[in-house]
Ligand binder design. Structure first.
Ligand SMILES: Nc1ncnc2c1ncn2[C@@H]1O[C@H](COP(=O)(O)OP(=O)(O)OP(=O)(O)O)[C@@H](O)[C@H]1O
Ligand SMILES: C[C@H](N)[C@H](N)CCCCCC(=O)O
Ligand SMILES: [Mg+2]
Length: 212
């Protein structure tokens, strides 16, 4: 079944890149998808060093592909705590979709996983709901990922958030996670191996076109 993910990607205006947690590969996968689509990237709530700088460096795309963070706190901690330490409060009403300008595709990266708190009452999942973009769940191909990925998927769909596909990141052909996730969740799973060097556009097209 070739070009399966290409069709899913082309049928959307953008994605909300979420994950089973922090440091799982959201920024890396955002860079892959941004390079592939030539779209606009936004990390609306950022704590710690800017992921947009990493995406810029990996994708080698110019500044016109990047929208300014709405909240940025330099403490690399949970968003609610980072805001508190800066005598600030994250208000979901102040977080709006950016102007797409000439771009046809939007890639929004969340912070942490879907229940990373923005405040005591609002979580990343509330931003996913607000933006109404299909979510992509990035999961790492390690022991424990089945529980985290299935929980993330169920919480999203029970909150009426559409999930476009799962990315099984740092994929290892020896692992059973791909088969289990495909069989249990029954949505497409894109396998992305670990790369020593960030792949170029031809390799990215190959990854996206040849999966499944
Ligand atoms: N497929 C991959 N091949 C090689 N390195 C990868 C891959 N995926 C992720 N990494 C590396 O793993 C680390 C964690 O990934 P990344 O920063 O994308 O996670 P994240 O989910 O965006 O974290 P955060 O919650 O801080 O935003 C980074 O050093 C990144 O370059
Ligand atoms: C600092 C880190 N790299 C991310 N930007 C924020 C991760 C927040 C995780 C919150 C949590 O679920 O405990
Ligand atoms: Mg990131």
């Amino acid at each position: 079944m070739g070009r399966f993910f290409e069709k899913i990607i082309n049928s959307s205006d953008g994605f909300f890149i979420t994950a089973t947690g922090t440091s799982v590969g959201k920024t890396y996968i955002s860079a892959l998808l941004l390079k592939y689509t030539g779209g606009l990237y936004l990390k609306p709530v950022q704590t710690g060093t800017k992921d947009s700088d990493t995406v810029k460096k990996l994708s080698k795309l110019n500044k016109y592909h990047f929208s300014e963070e709405i909240y940025h706190f330099s403490n690399a901690v949970a968003p609610n705590i980072a805001a508190e330490r800066n005598n600030d409060v994250i208000e979901i009403d102040k977080i709006a979709l950016p102007n797409l300008n000439e771009h046809k595709f939007l890639i929004i990266e969340g912070a942490g996983g879907i229940y990373a708190p923005l405040s005591n009452n609002y979580f990343m999942i509330d931003l996913i709901k607000k933006f109404s973009l299909p979510a992509i769940i990035v999961a790492e191909d390690i022991l424990g990922t089945l529980n985290h990925t299935i929980m993330t998927y169920k919480a999203l769909t029970q909150n009426r958030c559409k999930v476009a596909f799962i990315v099984l990141n740092k994929y290892s052909p020896e692992s059973y996670n791909f088969r289990c996730l495909s069989e249990i969740i029954k949505i497409p799973v894109l396998r992305v191996p670990y790369y020593k060097n960030f792949p170029g556009i031809h390799k990215i097209r190959e990854i996206i076109n040849e999966s499944i």
